[in-house]
Design a binder for this molecule. Structure first.
Ligand SMILES: CCNc1ncnc2c1ncn2[C@@H]1O[C@H](/C=C/CNC(=O)c2cc(-c3ccc(F)cc3)cc(O)c2O)[C@@H](O)[C@H]1O
Ligand SMILES: [Mg+2]
Length: 221
């Protein structure tokens, strides 16, 4: 049976990237996906926005919804301080195992935990089973119609605190209209849109940042 695109991405990383060097893994995936086979990694242009928001959040505990091949998990984890961690949820077993290997090649297995399963099943387990108190940063990049329900679920599970930062990919393309409607009409969140382009394409896209109760957090200091 011939290999999947995701397996070919892993082959390229395994052959071309420098072991233990996250930047070289990121560059290798971006090169492969812009020259050979497009894939739905956040990519380098939107990846730079992701980097900036992660640095702003400076998270102790970060969550990603939709690991795919692990590209954004590596972008996030490479910026995390010692003794901080990224939990990333992925329900496709093939993608989860490919991401695990790519994250290993980047040398970031200590900082990244891949939670295999459906976000709506795993989010309610984060506090008790994964010892999460609250999440400092959440990157949403899974099924677009699940952005809003999973944000509501994070709230219901008490996983968001004053100042928690959400960042959502693909606000324009493929689009996440229900999420935008929900988050921008929710007084508890301060939203910012970051115009960009779809990964490896000239198509318009954008990311949306939503900070929970920012004022309250600011008043604390
Ligand atoms: C069902 C919700 N729960 C989930 N729980 C755990 N993992 C989930 C979940 N959903 C999806 N996933 C996983 O997240 C990933 C899915 C991401 C969905 N992303 C997109 O559809 C997407 C699609 C495009 C795109 C853009 C232009 C096109 F022409 C075609 C596609 C670009 C992007 O940046 C995208 O993020 C997969 O690895 C999938 O297995
Ligand atoms: Mg995306």
């Amino acid at each position: 049976m011939d290999q999947s695109k995701e397996q070919r991405i892993l082959n390229s990383v395994s052959y071309n990237a420098v072991k233990g060097d996250p930047e070289s893994v990121i560059n290798c995936i971006d090169k492969y996906c812009s020259q050979y086979e497009w894939a739905m990694n956040v990519g380098d242009e939107k990846g730079t926005i992701l980097d900036k928001v992660v640095e702003e959040a400076d998270p102790s505990v970060a969550l990603e919804l939709g690991t795919y091949c692990g590209y954004s998990a590596i972008r996030i984890a490479r910026l995390l301080k010692p003794n901080t961690r990224l939990l990333t949820i992925e329900f496709n077993p093939e993608f989860a195992s490919i991401a695990k290997e790519i994250i290993e090649i980047a040398g970031l297995s200590e900082k990244v935990t891949i939670l295999e399963g459906h976000s709506e099943d795993i989010i309610p387990q984060l506090k008790k089973k994964y010892e999460v108190e609250t999440l400092d940063f959440v990157f949403l990049d899974h099924w677009k119609e699940r952005y809003a329900p999973d944000t509501i679920l994070l709230e219901e599970c008490g996983l968001l605190r004053k100042g928690s930062i959400l960042l959502a990919d693909n606000i324009i393309y493929p689009g996440a209209p229900e999420f935008i409607k929900y988050i921008r009409s929710n007084k508890r969140f301060e939203c910012t849109s970051y115009p960009s382009h779809l990964e490896y394409m000239k198509v318009e896209d954008a990311m949306e940042k939503a900070v929970k109760d920012p004022g309250a957090a600011a008043m604390l200091f």
